[in-house]
Design a protein around this ligand. Structure first.
Ligand code: TYM
Length: 334
């Protein structure tokens, strides 16, 4: 029996992934790779939409792939590859851009946020068409589900709209995918500023738990996380955003219910709670860090794995692209 398809990806836009990426996406990926035929990409073409040094991009692309593997994505079972290695992505994005409304793209909140942040001079057309490339990623693989954090939901909705539009205009070429968003963990917040999501582009490092942080540094960041004056370990997103975020992280990393963690720390102060969480974080990420660094010590082997996975991906992607080219009326080269 063939398994349903899963697709997801991350941008190689920092030296390390962070705990938001891990909890919001990677944990689901790892779990779902058994029951789905999974494709995981490192979306380097997307990363070009922000200023990035060429040498740094290459390094971050390998690092991101290594972290996927270190976190439990198995390249012999799931297809783990680099987006630019499969040419069909950029080609399908072009075709999809011709059925995307200007106003439709202009409504994407992430584009609005990023273009406001970078300013008019640094905002580029690639940033504007970014969600169309993301739609191409997903649609090339006849994807059934897309597990992401909630900041990507609007992009997956656009992907669905484009798939339906194409299918009804030209005949069915695409599976219409659904986003899969884990409600409790879809948004991990910054440790210093629990009103904002944890993000690679945050102003200060202190609120971001990087997967590749030295364990002592992670522990320190947890110990210094912003809490409140009440002193009780209790989940209440409205009035206790800092503590609630720490509880979410604790729960996601241990698989324990929030209520059981609240019980364990009842009557104890934040110091104890944070110490407990620091231990959880260190024991989760120290081995991931070690495995990642090991793989990065042998980049040639990693590059080989990525190349053979890209071949597997291209087989699926090229078939979809050929069908799309036929359907829109591009003359087939003999
Ligand atoms: P990116 O690289 O920003 O993030 C990768 C994944 O991590 C999730 N995430 C979070 N989840 C919970 N809390 C947070 N603080 C947090 N920060 C990030 C994101 O939701 C995402 O799932 N456009 C995508 C990459 C992409 C893609 C795709 C994803 C390109 N093509 C096709 C899925 C399918 C992005 O920039 O993710």
């Amino acid at each position: 029996m063939t398994k349903p398809r899963l697709y997801s990806g991350m941008q190689p836009s920092a030296d390390s992934l962070h705990v938001g990426n891990y909890i919001g996406a990677l944990l689901q990926w790892r779990e779902l790779q058994d029951s789905y035929e999974a494709f995981f990409s490192v979306v380097d073409l997307h990363a070009l939409t922000q200023p990035i040094e060429p040498a740094a991009l290459r390094e971050m692309t390998r690092r991101t792939a290594a972290q996927y593997i270190a976190a439990g994505i198995e390249p012999s079972r799931s297809t783990l590859y680099v987006q630019s290695h499969v040419r069909a992505h950029a080609e399908l994005a072009w075709v999809l851009s011709t059925i995307t409304g200007f106003g439709e793209a202009n409504r994407m909140t992430q584009f609005k946020d990023k273009s406001a942040r970078y300013g008019a001079d640094a905002t580029n057309v690639g940033l504007f068409t970014y969600p169309v490339l993301m739609a191409a990623d997903i649609l090339l693989y006849q994807t059934d589900i897309v597990p992401v954090g909630d900041d990507q939901k609007q992009h997956v909705e656009l992907t669905r709209d484009l798939a339906e539009r194409f299918n009804s205009r030209y005949g069915t070429a695409f599976t219409v995918p659904i986003p899969v968003i884990q409600k409790e963990t879809a948004r991990i917040y910054d440790l210093q500023n629990p009103a904002s999501k944890m993000s690679k582009s945050a102003e200060s490092e202190a609120g971001i738990l990087w997967m590749l942080d030295d364990p002592a540094v992670s522990a320190k960041k947890v110990m210094r996380a912003v809490t409140d004056n009440e002193g009780s370990v209790r989940y209440d997103r409205e009035t206790k955003p800092g503590v609630s975020n720490l509880l979410t992280i604790y729960s996601a990393l241990t698989g324990r219910q929030v209520a059981s963690i609240e019980d364990e720390y009842a009557g104890r102060g934040y110091g104890d709670f944070k110490k407990g969480l620091a231990e959880v974080v260190v024991s989760e990420f120290a081995p991931v860090r070690e495995r990642t660094l090991e793989m990065l010590a042998d980049p040639a082997e990693l590059d080989r794995v990525l190349a053979s996975n890209a071949d597997r991906a291209a087989e699926v992607a090229d078939a979809t692209l050929a069908d799309v080219y036929d359907k829109v009326g591009l003359l087939r080269r003999v």
